[in-house]
Write a protein that binds this ligand. Structure first.
Ligand SMILES: C[S@@+](CC[C@H](N)C(=O)[O-])C[C@H]1O[C@@H](n2cnc3c(N)ncnc32)[C@H](O)[C@@H]1O
Length: 206
């Protein structure tokens, strides 16, 4: 079976093109930034998990020049593309084995990737470990459980030609389940919003 990392390796060369980036450029990244901006401070150290080619980090670094940005992704080739940006440190790593020390970040983000993680509890546990006390965890996820059927049908059709495979994604967590995993790992929910079939969550480590 071809792994998710290998699938993203295959599309890494074209991932930054408009056809892939359209939805990120106009919807996912602006919504994410709008949702977290009032909790970001200039001197924060921020980690983007499953950062892909690092586009979100690049965008926020343009707005906050003193942010220290780090990104991890388990696709070597996506990270290869990301590394063209030399102001940000990118590493190949799994979401449930974050290669950073305890209490080292002020902010952790996971954008459009959480549903891929095979061990979601371990991933959140790792976020909690690397975050400082009162640090923030932002999770963006498409609300696939409430997508209309015609959209699911179209995604399935397109996904045959692209990298996305609904069957690959190890279950879509419901809000209740995510809140439970977050609570177990010492997070409290600060804010949550459903917008345009996107779910945005902000948790704080307590
Ligand atoms: C749809 S892309 C989103 C990329 C990025 N977050 C963005 O907003 O552009 C999903 C990313 O998750 C990564 N990914 C999937 N499973 C992962 C895992 N277990 N650990 C680390 N990265 C993972 C993939 O390699 C891919 O780059």
């Amino acid at each position: 079976m071809i792994t998710t990392a290998k699938k993203f390796d295959k599309v890494s060369g074209i991932y930054n093109t408009l056809i892939f980036q359209f939805i990120y450029f106009y919807i996912i990244h602006p919504l994410s930034f709008w949702f977290i901006k009032k909790n970001i401070k200039e001197n924060y150290k921020i980690l983007d998990i499953a950062c892909g080619t690092g586009i979100f980090l690049k965008k926020i670094q343009n707005k906050y020049k003193n942010l220290q940005c780090f990104g991890i992704d388990n696709s070597e080739k996506m990270i290869g593309v990301a590394k063209k940006n030399e102001n940000i440190q990118f590493l190949v790593a799994e979401a449930d084995k974050i290669p950073f020390q305890n209490n080292s970040f002020d902010f952790v983000t996971i954008i459009d990737a959480f549903y891929y993680f095979p061990d979601k509890n371990k991933a959140i546990q790792e976020c909690s470990r690397v975050l400082k006390q009162n640090g923030y965890l932002f999770i963006h996820s498409p609300a696939i459980d409430i997508f209309p059927n015609f959209l699911i049908y179209q995604i399935k059709l397109i996904s045959k030609f692209l990298f996305f495979d609904l069957e690959d994604c190890s279950s879509f967590l419901k809000i209740k389940e995510l809140k439970k995993i977050a609570e177990i790992n010492h997070f409290k929910e600060i804010r949550r919003k459903n917008i345009l079939l996107n779910r945005l969550f902000l948790f704080q480590k307590i």
